[in-house]
Design a protein around this ligand. Structure first.
Ligand SMILES: NC(=O)c1ccc[n+]([C@@H]2O[C@H](COP(=O)([O-])OP(=O)(O)OC[C@H]3O[C@@H](n4cnc5c(N)ncnc54)[C@H](O)[C@@H]3O)[C@@H](O)[C@H]2O)c1
Length: 316
């Protein structure tokens, strides 16, 4: 990275969350002066325990925040959000207020102030909806199929227009599914907790041949720093994934090997509704900035198991 983070004032909204807290740790390690704004709803102060005495944590709601209080930041990572699709389907207005309206107000504040800093916005693979081809590239059609996806895409588009029209230096990262310590959802955590519950058999959706990209959380967090440091920041978007293909079967087998377990795999035979057979990502644009994922699947899984054992007391 060509950017010196030492002494930089950095605001991380959602910094107490899963990806945000790992990002905050990386920023602190790099010498940045970090302020976190987080409502501590899905995130928690415990996620920031390792750096608690080296950051400023404001418990606040971005839906009500006066963004002018944060204009002194050199860099803003805007990660606070409803981070999942189902709540957006149950309550589109909640998702709209949190993910879109709050972001729009942030952009307006930056425009009015002619803010000179750099901003990276956490967007999502959900902007693509049902992918028309794989691997998915940034230039592929964006046809979201959930309020969550529409909100992220709308925010991205405003961000692009504000960068173009008003010269604000901003970009968006489209995270594909990340996994890692502190995540209590999604496939890696699900498999681990199922195995913890019953070590003799492991239910797997579909036939295990579904192909996915597994992005380790530290690689996800680092990608946002790479974009802030070396991205064009003219409103562009970057896919963020590991750029590798694994089947769910491979994932499950790697996890079992790590735990020393050999359960019987029980395939449900049917994919969950809306679950695509293949979801892989083209990360060429991000790689052109010098980014390379650093974590192999086995290393990332070992970190998840270590964390899981620590927080649950599980012994394998
Ligand atoms: N985890 C993934 O695989 C993934 C994939 C695509 C996109 N993203 C995006 O990345 C970002 C981080 O996701 P995550 O997985 O770390 O989720 P997360 O839920 O762990 O983090 C979101 C953080 O935002 C905070 N927050 C929520 N509403 C808030 C509000 N109104 N005011 C202030 N803080 C609020 C939460 O407390 C939490 O700490 C989100 O914008 C999410 O949409 C994540």
């Amino acid at each position: 990275m060509t950017f010196d983070w030492t002494g930089r004032s950095v605001l991380v909204t959602g910094g107490a969350g899963f990806i945000g807290s790992h990002l905050v740790e990386l920023l602190v390690d790099a010498g940045a002066d970090v302020t976190v704004v987080d409502l501590l709803c899905s995130g928690s102060a415990a996620n920031l325990a390792a750096v608690a005495d080296r950051i400023t944590l404001h418990e606040a709601d971005i839906r009500e925040l006066d963004w002018r209080e944060h204009l002194a930041a050199d860099v803003i990572f805007h990660f606070a959000a409803n981070a999942y699709v189902p709540p957006s389907v149950e309550s589109p207005s909640f998702d709209y207020e949190t993910n879109f309206a709050a972001t729009f107000r942030l952009l307006e504040t930056l425009r009015e102030a002619k803010w000179p800093g750099r901003l990276v916005f956490a967007s999502s693979a959900a902007v693509y909806g049902n992918a028309v081809r794989v691997p998915i590239a940034e230039t592929d059609p964006t046809v979201p199929i959930s309020p969550y996806g529409v909100g992220k895409l709308s925010a991205e588009r405003y961000l692009n227009v504000y960068a173009q029209l008003y010269g604000l230096r901003m970009a968006a990262v489209r995270f594909f599914s990340a996994y890692g310590p502190r995540q209590r959802k999604q496939v890696v955590f699900d498999l681990l907790s199922k195995l913890d519950h019953d070590r003799t058999q492991l239910p797997i959706h579909g036939d295990g041949t579904q192909v996915r990209d597994f992005l380790y959380v530290l690689d996800a967090a680092r990608s946002a720093m790479v974009v802030a440091a070396d991205g064009e920041l003219t409103g562009e978007v970057y896919n963020v994934g590991a750029g590798r293909e694994y089947t769910i079967d491979t994932l499950a087998k790697s996890l079992c090997a790590l735990l020393g377990l050999s359960p019987e795999f029980r395939y449900t035979g049917v994919n969950r509704p809306g679950d695509p057979e293949k979801l892989v990502v083209d990360i060429g644009r991000l790689e052109s900035l010098g980014y390379r994922p650093e974590f192999e699947l086995d290393d990332g899984l070992a970190e998840v198991v270590r964390w899981y054992d620590e927080v649950t007391g599980a012994r394998w």
